[in-house]
Design a protein around this ligand. Structure first.
Ligand SMILES: [Zn+2]
Length: 171
């Protein structure tokens, strides 16, 4: 899995790019909800720390919270709880933001994601998987290879997208 920073930057980038399409929302609200939504599937890390991840449904990346079905639920919660207008469009948007998490997780070397859990329990790895597992603690994330790959494939591209979208919003 990429780090929370990586998922956060991806969420903000998607918000920045899609903001023009979602005119019924404020920039700040969309960005804050997007970065939370982009990290939502990793709620299952909590079960890992509670030693509950031996329960398949709760297990990290192979359980329900890293499935497309959770993305649909997250999309529903974020759109219908926080908005009164354009809910269908926002439902699709937040489902997509949540799905970005699964996609980037599946781009991690050697570790797949069970996208279709519980219907199909197969772990899928994206054909292009250059990222290294960031792990559950800062020690693993501190390894230079992890940070360098994230910088190259997530942080720098996202910072460029965020910068451009910010100035486009201002113009
Ligand atoms: Zn994850």
């Amino acid at each position: 899995m990429p780090s929370a920073i990586g998922h956060t930057l991806v969420g903000i980038s998607i918000g920045g790019v899609c903001y023009q399409l979602l005119k019924n929302t404020s920039w700040k609200k969309l960005i804050v909800l997007s970065l939370i939504c982009a990290n939502a599937p990793d709620i299952d890390v909590l079960f890992h720390h509670l030693n509950l991840d031996h329960i398949e449904f709760l297990s990290h990346r192979n359980g329900f919270f890293h499935s497309v079905f959770f993305c649909v639920i997250a999309g529903f919660i974020f759109s219908f709880s926080f908005y009164k207008k354009s809910r269908l469009l926002l439902f699709l948007y937040f489902s997509l933001v949540c799905f970005s998490h699964l996609l980037f997780d599946s781009m991690t070397k050697g570790i797949g994601v069970s996208f279709l859990y519980p219907l199909v329990k197969t772990e899928y790895i994206f054909p292009f998987a250059p990222l290294m597992p960031a792990g559950f603690n800062t020690t693993e994330f501190g390894k230079s290879g992890v940070i360098l790959k994230e910088l190259l494939y997530i942080w720098i591209p996202c910072m460029i997208i965020i910068t451009f979208s910010f100035f486009k919003r201002k113009s």
